[in-house]
Design a protein around this ligand. Structure first.
Ligand SMILES: [Zn+2]
Ligand SMILES: [Zn+2]
Length: 161
């Protein structure tokens, strides 16, 4: 599990959240576009690598979907972020499990930076001022193995850009 890496990086970005106690965790039950009550969603994608646990083959994918869901408890001055990282399966193994993506630090950083900005706007009603557009997703139109992509199977992959 690479959660520690996400936690460490989120902690750095979350300094901007007034020193409030925000935590991040993974949650595969998140449904894109259907946030739980009083939660907000932020959907993003980035390049990630995968490794098949059966044959050890590795592959990269430029469009790996991450759905963040976040909730602020005003009274407690704390908040929770849940992240669902959509998985992919090996295309050469017949029956195989969906593998979790491995994002590099740079891509995690870009996603978390933008996430924290969303939290500031949604939960703290801040005007972050810089309307400057973030670099669009690195959604290069390379080959995409839709039939092996969990997000494609759920119909939520290509709509997010
Ligand atoms: Zn395989
Ligand atoms: Zn897909």
């Amino acid at each position: 599990m690479s959660l520690q890496k996400w936690e460490r990086m989120f902690e750095q970005k979350a300094v901007k959240l007034h020193g409030h106690n925000w935590t991040i965790m993974f949650d595969d039950s998140i449904v894109p576009h259907k946030p739980a009550g009083e939660w907000f969603q932020y959907i993003r994608g980035a390049f990630a690598k995968f490794r098949c646990s059966a044959c050890n083959r590795t592959w990269g994918s430029s469009r790996v979907l991450v759905v963040f869901e976040f909730h602020y408890q005003r009274g407690a001055k704390s908040g929770t972020v849940k992240a669902r990282r959509f998985r992919q399966e090996c295309k050469t193994c017949e029956e195989t499990e969906m593998e979790e993506p491995q994002f590099d630090s740079e891509n995690i950083g870009v996603m978390l930076e933008k996430l924290v900005e969303k939290i500031r706007i949604r939960c703290y009603k801040e005007k972050t001022g810089n309307r400057k557009r973030f670099r669009p997703l690195d959604w290069s139109e390379g080959p995409h193995e839709s039939s092996h992509c969990e997000a494609c199977k759920k119909g939520v992959c290509r709509e997010t850009n």
